[in-house]
Write a protein that binds this ligand. Structure first.
Ligand SMILES: O=C(O)CCC(=O)C(=O)O
Ligand SMILES: [Fe+2]
Length: 389
């Protein structure tokens, strides 16, 4: 990207954020041609469509299901197989009341669909009172240059790309409850209720995932104290040219594990890794919505703690519709122990002479710094990998 284009891109990005109305604001203003900031890699400025997407499969059976009404002797092996193969699984009969989930999804939609003038006061790229509503750029704008000889490649790599998605991010902890006063009434009740309900579910998942590693049900909780404080309510507006944009760029989650609920629109895809991961190949598989189910996926921290017995699989969101907005809510479960002195690494029980430690120990602040620096792709965790002899 030439320097003049970069200035244009930075100015357009600043203008976009200044509108404080998100992608939905663009749609509401009747945009017909997509602003360049949203053009997915491969679309170029000539507005030719991107290369055809990798094959996708819609078979519902592609994503395993764990039915929690089964006895534990049956669910543990199911969790174990799912976490080691595709890293994603649906959970049915999970005990979280249907109304609690439905109200949270409706509240997320209500937030994003209130008039722009009502949601814009919440627009912020940094959380205020634990709440931030924004379109989070996929690549952060480049830091100010250190010297005047700007490196062309570095500048290109840092050029902004906006996802076709607005997010309301709420941080529920630690400490005092977030200030939800700026949100519509429906959100003020439904979102904390959902977060509370999922706390119990998250503990159950942590127990199952721990048990399925063969280290006992309490081990993960004892090691890191599992919390589910970070909630992202995503809204993917309908797009006039869905194939030209990115709903969510391929990434792995930095969490221990994530619990996702999505409405019936669809668009989430996971990469099926045939080579054991890391190869960047594999086909994209649709995660077809399953009514009433919660979707659990393994994140990078659990992949490390499990000494890579579990997979943290890349996923992305494509925009399926030029008519319907899609709503999803991700609740990220993370270690509550997150001081620079709290080190995580493969559990010692899982390290043997046949299976040496695959990662060195690190703290959460160290991991988050690495993630900021190397982008949100799966490579950030690789900086902690112990090279094989
Ligand atoms: O919207 C979705 O289905 C996925 C969201 C996601 O991957 C995330 O928040 O990390
Ligand atoms: Fe994700």
């Amino acid at each position: 990207m030439a320097a003049a284009d970069e200035c244009d891109a930075a100015a357009s990005l600043a203008e976009f954020h200044a509108s404080r109305a998100g992608v939905h604001g663009l749609v509401e203003s009747g945009v017909t041609a997509l602003p360049p900031l949203f053009l997915a890699p491969g679309c170029g400025s000539g507005r030719s469509p991107p290369p055809p997407p990798a094959t996708t499969t819609t078979a519902a059976s592609a994503i395993p299901t764990v039915d929690l009404s089964l006895p534990r002797s049956a669910t543990v092996p199911l969790v174990r197989a799912a976490a080691r193969s595709c890293g994603f699984f649906h959970v049915t009969n999970h005990g979280v009341p249907h109304g609690t989930v439905a109200s949270a999804v409706a509240a997320a939609r209500a937030f994003h669909e209130q008039p722009a003038a009502s949601r814009s006061p919440c627009y912020s790229l940094a959380p205020v009172g634990g709440v931030a509503y924004s379109t989070i750029p996929i690549q952060q704008p480049p830091p100010p240059p250190q010297d005047s000889s700007s490196d062309h490649r570095a500048a290109t790599a840092a050029s902004p790309l906006l996802p076709w998605r607005d997010s309301l991010v709420v941080r529920f902890g630690p400490g005092a409850a977030p200030d939800l006063g700026s949100l519509p009434a429906a959100c003020r009740d439904a979102l904390p209720e959902y977060q509370r309900s999922l706390t119990g579910f998250g503990k159950e998942m942590a127990g199952l995932l721990s048990d399925a590693l063969g280290v006992g049900a309490e081990r993960l909780e004892r090691e890191m104290q599992v919390e589910g404080w970070l909630m992202a309510c995503h809204y993917y507006p309908p797009c006039p040219e869905p194939e030209m944009v990115v709903g969510s760029l391929e990434h792995t989650d930095p969490s221990l594990f994530t619990v996702l609920v999505q409405d019936a629109v669809g668009g989430l895809q996971v990469r099926r890794e045939e080579d054991g991961g890391g190869g960047g190949g594999g086909e994209w598989v649709d995660v077809a919505p399953v009514a009433g189910a919660l979707l659990v996926n393994v994140g990078d921290v659990l992949k490390v703690v499990s000494n890579e017995e579990y997979k943290s699989v890349e996923h992305r969101v494509v925009i399926k519709s030029s008519q319907d907005a899609r709503v999803s809510i991700a609740l990220f479960f993370n270690p509550a122990k997150r001081d620079a002195s709290d080190l995580f690494g493969p559990l010692p029980e899982l390290v043997t002479s046949e299976r040496p430690a695959q990662y060195r120990r690190f703290s959460l602040p160290e991991f988050m710094r690495s993630r900021r620096e190397s982008g949100h792709g799966k490579s950030s965790i690789d900086s902690f990998r112990i090279a094989a002899d």
